[in-house]
Structure formats: structure tokens, C-alpha cells
Design a protein around this ligand. Sequence first.
Ligand code: SF4
Length: 789
Amino acid sequence: MVSSRFLVKGAQSLTSRSSMLSRSMATVQSSIGDKQVPMSNLEKGKFVNYARIESNLQVVRQRLNRPLTLAEKIVYGHLDNPHEQDIERGVSYLKLRPDRVACQDATAQMAILQFMSAGLPQTAVPTSVHCDHLIQAQVGGPKDLARAIDINREVYDFLATACAKYGIGFWKPGSGIIHQIILENYALPGLMMIGTDSHTPNAGGLGMVACGVGGADAVDVMAGIPWELKAPKVIGVYLDGKMSGWTTPKDIILKVAGILTVKGGTGAIIEYYGPGVESLSCTGMATICNMGAEIGATTSLFPYNKRMAAYLQATGRSQQAAYAQEFNHNLQPDEGSEYDRRIEINLSELEPHINGPFTPDLATPISKFAEEVKKNNWPEELKVGLIGSCTNSSYEDMSRSAHIAKEAADHGLKTKSIFTITPGSEQVRATIARDGFVDTFENVGGVVLANACGPCIGQWDRQDVKKGEVNSIISSYNRNFTGRNDANPATHAFVASPDLVTAMTFAGSLTFNPLTDSLKGADGKEFKFSDPAGFELPAKGYDAGENTFQAPPEDGTTVNVAVSPSSDRLQLLKPFKAWDGQDIIDAPVLIKAKGKCTTDHISAGGPWLKYRGHLENISQNCLIGAINADSGEANSVLNQETGDFGPVPTVGAYYRDRNIPWVVVGDENYGEGSSREHAALEPRFLGGRAVICRSFARIHETNLKKQGMLPLWFKNGADYDKISGSDKLSIVGLNDFKPGQDIKVEITHKDGSKDSFLTTSSINEGQWEWFKAGSALNKMAAAAKARNQ
Ligand code: SF4
């Protein structure tokens, strides 16, 4: 630990550290025992494992001999091997055992297809799948939902049957947005979850370490393999004072985003603490954690408190609240624990903020916003205001917005801008309908959309402006990158609290400041909005609404997974061939990629996402964005067999169909970007055997190994220049390979001349077994088969 780190308030200086240590160490004496408290009300026989966290922490405390932040307690409490694990923040790679996995419907498809290949009867940890991303907002809730069910039927049928077979909880379309459902049913203080969606950190509002991951990581955890994470740094955000008036939890994260910027949280957990936490509701804390994804944070986290307890009780989890209270010593940071960076925010002074356009970290306090609009020539007219999404769709959010809408209605006003409302879950929808908020919104012209992602993920059939028309919208969502909501690059998208969004739709102008400005009522008289007021939790309790949950049967072995052989969206995976024990000889270079080659260049998104459950179809985008170093062009490579040039996937498949293995050559940091597993699956599917680069992005390198590819590093980076796209490469000595050894590669140039170079790799014993088996899943399936014999 370096002395420049920051201490949890209460500690005076590093010189008093030894006394603090003894004080904080005293907190570990209590024992949680091994009570059987259910992890959720929906999963039989799955219990909260606080005892494991406690016992892990006893080992870790003895080894580190220093106070721990809350993030450290939960993360290290989930170590696979606390005795031998290297632990250095920002340096070591931790092997962790998360408690659960959550997948949304778009990313679940390939994750489950891969899990099926592992040959396991059930997921190793409780898992849930949520149908929320594929529902397009067009005219309003029920009609949009019915249309989505029709269009996506085969995907939903596949997910529903696969979930039933493998013991996974399935949330049907219309149930709500993944992160709201998780908060309502599964998130618990001190536990750890991974989810195949970047806003999984939402569950930090209930004190859970919840991280967004790629499908490959989810498959590992579902199959019982530890999850690897670089030991996060910890950024402490000290909250002082108390929120009031128009300031909301959203403004805390908008302010933090302005301070840290979109990259400032990378590799770190943001841990909130201090007396100001008490003024935040549980769902408000979730909002803050949710949007921590916008600053690149691994996740965000709050200490356990009475507001979390109240939410757990309101959502039928009093038993879990009581157990968390018992475990509270491990749900707070130790006094004297150190942060890598510390930020302080006084909530009593915090102004409401509006962030954007085009980036979530361009933060402007409301008092300066009108000036900025004019200065920057942002379109003043507000076309659309959207509230909801997983970020701000709680009962409290809706009740405050309804309060504003009611006040405007009392003055005879309807919204000037289009106004849409997305409830976060069926439970929130049913409750706000029962309590009259839906009527309030509709009375002023609002449209209540389906309980789904809708416009937040671009599932929005927007009709009010044409593509390319410059315009402004404001939402209470989290992301506002160019084109995210409506695919119109000229749309200026801003992000703010639901309170500001709602008020501004009545003004129809971006320059309206409800804290200071007046509106004219239908009677011609001016009025000012009063401070918004709402309800943290519904006084009459939550109304569960329609039952949208499908619990898995106790024995799913007889369930048939529904995949039509003629589907163009879904395709069962066939195991990749095992290594034949021979060196890879005369493999043509499919492409020598120049410069940046991210996972987007390797497996493009956009329209291709429709095929993410169909490996053969989506492989038609393989490496089409990579730049051919020989020609400077994308998606045009030499077919060394025919002498013609063709698209990368076509040439790759040509070789594969003739049993000719091929190789990719890449530059620096190959495979950076999102961790999408398709970028490793596709080259393998098309017959690739190795990728040789100057350097790899770590996650992609691991993904390649999982699919049975060889990721090799030029030992001497300059050897990259020896190769062209018309060369053949032989990777030799594989039979004698031992992890840690160099691997020799021989080049045969087009003119027959020869050369060679050495490569290194980070392949370990286990990963070498993956290569030999053809993939990690093949290895797993063989082990499962052996166990069953
Ligand atoms: Fe992602 Fe938006 Fe859906 Fe939330 S509502 S899960 S941010 S797409």
C-alpha cells in the first residue's frame, strides 16, 4: 500500500495506523455460523453463504494485516483460494467464486448455447435470464410487447426451454428490465454476481459486488470454473450533508462522472461511504451504482444500511435483511481502510446536473445549463423527454415524476415535448398503475411503454424527426453516446434525473430551469413547480402484477431445447475438433492486420447482433473491420489457393472446407474493446488455429484459448514486419511444448524463401489441455462424461 492512498474517515493519519489496525481487527471476532437463509424467494435449496466470506476474510486479514475497504471484503470473501491467492490491488489476477449469474436475452443466447456444450446437467450457481432487450417501443406497452413476442418467438422459446432444462430462472418478456428484477428479487448485501450486461453494477445499491462481463466469463461460472478479475483498485466517494429539493441520487453520479470522466473508474470499484449515504433510498443507491458503468468502473458499492433493510423488507426479504444485519461487520469498510483515490461530495450543496450531449461525463449544473445550451448552439427545443430504464425506474422515481406531472396538470398543462415512461419491472408498473401514477402521466400526454429497455438500447421506432435532423432529447437513462437511442447521429441526447426530465417536457425547452423559472398555466397565470416529493416505498406495498416468472422444474432432464434447424437466428454449437497431435504446417496467413484491431473489428455489432445466437451466420462478419496491412483495405484478403482476393470470412471458410488451417497476424493490443466471445468463436469456427500478435488484450487472449486457438506473441515485435498476407506459417515443436517455453514459427514466403521467428505465450497447463481438447468446453464435457460413467 502506498502512503498516497486515502483513509476512511475517522482515521487521522498513517502514523496512527497500528492502533487502527488493532481496532479494525477486533471487528472480525464475531462468527456468522452457517444458517440456512435462502438466496431468494424463488430458488429452493440455495442459501446465502456468509460463512464462506467470513472464513475467507479471516485468512486474508492474517495475510494482509491491514484494514479492508468494503469492496475488498466482498471481493476477497469470494476468493477461490484465499491461502495462496496473490492479492495486490491493480496488479494480481484474482480467482473468484461469484454467487450467481444473470443474463439478458441478447447476450444469453450464445452463453447458453456454449453452456449446453459443456455437458453439465445444471448451472453450478443460481442463474437467471431476462427478456428485456428485444422489445421495440412503437406505440405503447401492451401492443409493443405483443409484437415483440411474435417477432422474437424462436429466441424466447429457445431461452425458455433451455432455462427449464438447466435449472435457470426465466423472466418472460414483459417482466421488466434485468437490473430492476435483480434488485427486487436476487441482489443481497455482501454477495457477488456477474451479469452479461454492463449495468449489472445496479445491484451495488443493495450492497452486492455485481460486475458486467462477457458471455465467456458467464459460461465459466455457470460451469463451475472460477472467474478471473484483476484485483480492483478502490475509489472512495465520501458523501457528506443531505440531499434536498430537486437534487436526487442521479445528480451524485452525474457529478462523479464529470469528475472521473468516462475512463476514470477503469479497473476500480467505486465505494460510497459517509453520513450522506443515509439520505439515499436503496433504489437511489442503485441508480448511482448503475451509472458507474459510464465511468468504466468494475462496479460500484454502498455499505449496508437501514434503507437497504427497508427495501429488502418491502420486497418480501425480511429474513435476508435480518441476516445481513447480523453480518453487518463485514458489510462496512474497516475504519482506517485505504482508498486509491478519494472524492468528497457535500450533498447539501450539490446542484441537479444535466450531462451531455453525446457523452455522459460532460456535466453541467442546472444553474449554468441554459447558458451552455446557448453558448454551444445546442438545439433549444426539447423534442422528447424519456424517464425510466434500469437506471431510474423505481417506485420512488415514478412517484416524484408523477408529483411534478400532477402539479402541471393542476395548472391545466399537458407536456409540450413527447413524454415516455418506462417502468423498470412489472411490479413497478402494476404498483404505479394501482396508485394512480399511470393515469397522471397519461393525463398530461405521457406514453407508458413496455417494461423493457426500449429506447435506451435503440429499440425505438421514433417518428417525430427524420434521420439526420438536428434535435434534442433528454432522458433519465444512463448512456447518451451518438445514435444510441434513435440511431440518429444528429440527436443531442442529454441525461438528467427523472424530476428534471419531467419538468422540462412541460416547458418543451432545454433552457428551462424548474428551480428558478416559471411556466404559464392554462389560466394564463405564472406558476413555479414546488420541490418534487415522492415515496421511497409504496405505502400499500408492492403489487406484483402479472406473474412473468418461469421457475425451472425440479428435474429438467427430459426438457427438449427448442432450436429449429432452419432458424437463421439460433444454431446449436458443434464441438470444435480436438488437436490432431501434429504441428500446424503451412497455414496461410488469412490476414495480416494493421494497427487497431478491436473486438468490433473482429466481430462487428450493429445489424449483426441479430445473429448472435447463430455462429455460422454471425461468422460472416469475422474480421471484416480489420485493415489488411498489405493493401490498407478492409475485408479484402488474398486466397492463397486461388490467387484471388475475397472477403475475409469467405476466404477463411474456403480454407476450412479444404482442411487447411490458417493463422491471423496482428499488431499491438489485438482484441481490445468489449469482451464479446464471438470474436474468438468466429475465427475458430472458420478454421483458424492461431493468432500471432505483438500484444493481446488480456480478455480476448483468454477467450481465444478457451476456443482452442493459440494466441502467440512475437518474442521480438519487429518480426511482425517479416510477414505478409501471402506467406504460409508453420508452428512447430507443439508435441514437446511445455507452458512457459517459446514456440518456433517458420515462414515460407510466396517466392519459396524461408525465415523463422520465436513466439512466447501465456498458456498454462490447464489452457494447454483446452488446446489439446479443441476447446475449454470440450475439456469440460469430457470431464462431465467421465464423472457420469
Ligand atoms: Fe441496458 Fe438500457 Fe436495458 Fe438498462 S435499460 S439494461 S442500460 S439497455
